[in-house]
Design a protein. Structure first.
Length: 234
């Protein structure tokens, strides 16, 4: 797409978001963002509460591959799938165990495998001084799969996300940490868990392609485009 056409498309999309936000129902994310106290304060222009909707839409773009990978892993780990049964059939909104499965899928196969950050202050690393403003590449996929620091690094272990403080564990950063943490984190995990639950309420995932062997280390890359799932009614 030509740059001018792309710019027009983005402007049209932004206009549609603004139009929707102006008449959004009070319980929606757009209305809550617009009514946030900071949206009326001195930093309202920098906050761009309605503009946050673009981040939410980007988060939703990642949901399909996350759900496909999560269900494929549950097919390979039937005991974990069975453990979800009561939670999914209960119809609750929290789904902590299924959300943990989604988070573990993102640890193994992060949507963004490498993070780029910029230092805010002068930093010393292994005897070398780096000025503020130094760009740093953080290979999140490597760190999250590093067997020297992450137990069962190449296996699907959702229970690790149910431990207190797991979301702040710096060894695992599918959404990064600190001020640069992804603002679409909760929306993405919630939506992926709900979609996976909708499948699991009436079905068991009995198999899929590519074949995943739970007795072997999981592959480093798992393309969602090639995933095919086999479902059986419960």
């Amino acid at each position: 797409m030509q740059p001018a056409a792309e710019a027009l498309r983005l402007c049209a999309a932004a206009a549609r978001v603004e139009e929707y936000a102006a008449r959004a129902e009070p319980y929606t994310l757009a209305a809550l963002a617009r009514s946030h106290p900071a949206a009326a304060g001195p930093d309202a222009a920098a906050l761009d509460a309605v503009g946050q909707a673009h981040h939410w839409l980007l988060a939703l773009d990642t949901v399909a591959p996350i759900v496909a990978r999560t269900l494929l892993l549950l097919a390979a780990y039937p005991a974990e799938q069975e453990a979800l049964r009561a939670e999914v059939d209960g119809g609750g909104a929290e789904l902590p165990r299924l959300r943990a499965c989604v988070q573990e899928t993102l640890r193994l196969f992060p949507i963004v495998p490498d993070l780029v950050r910029v230092t805010r202050a002068e930093t010393e690393w292994r005897g070398v001084h780096y000025p503020a403003g130094t760009a740093v590449l953080v290979p999140a996929l490597f760190h999250q799969r590093d067997p020297e620091h992450v137990p069962a690094a190449h296996q699907f272990v959702p229970g690790r996300w149910l431990r207190p403080g797991a979301a702040q564990d710096i060894r695992m950063a599918p959404f990064s940490h600190g001020g640069g943490r992804c603002p679409g984190e909760h929306l993405g995990v919630l939506t992926a868990a709900e979609l996976a639950a909708a499948v699991l309420r009436g079905h068991r995932v009995t198999g899929g392609r590519p074949t995943v062997d739970p007795c072997l280390p999981l592959p480093g890359i798992l393309s969602s485009a090639g995933i095919r799932l086999t479902l059986a009614q419960r």
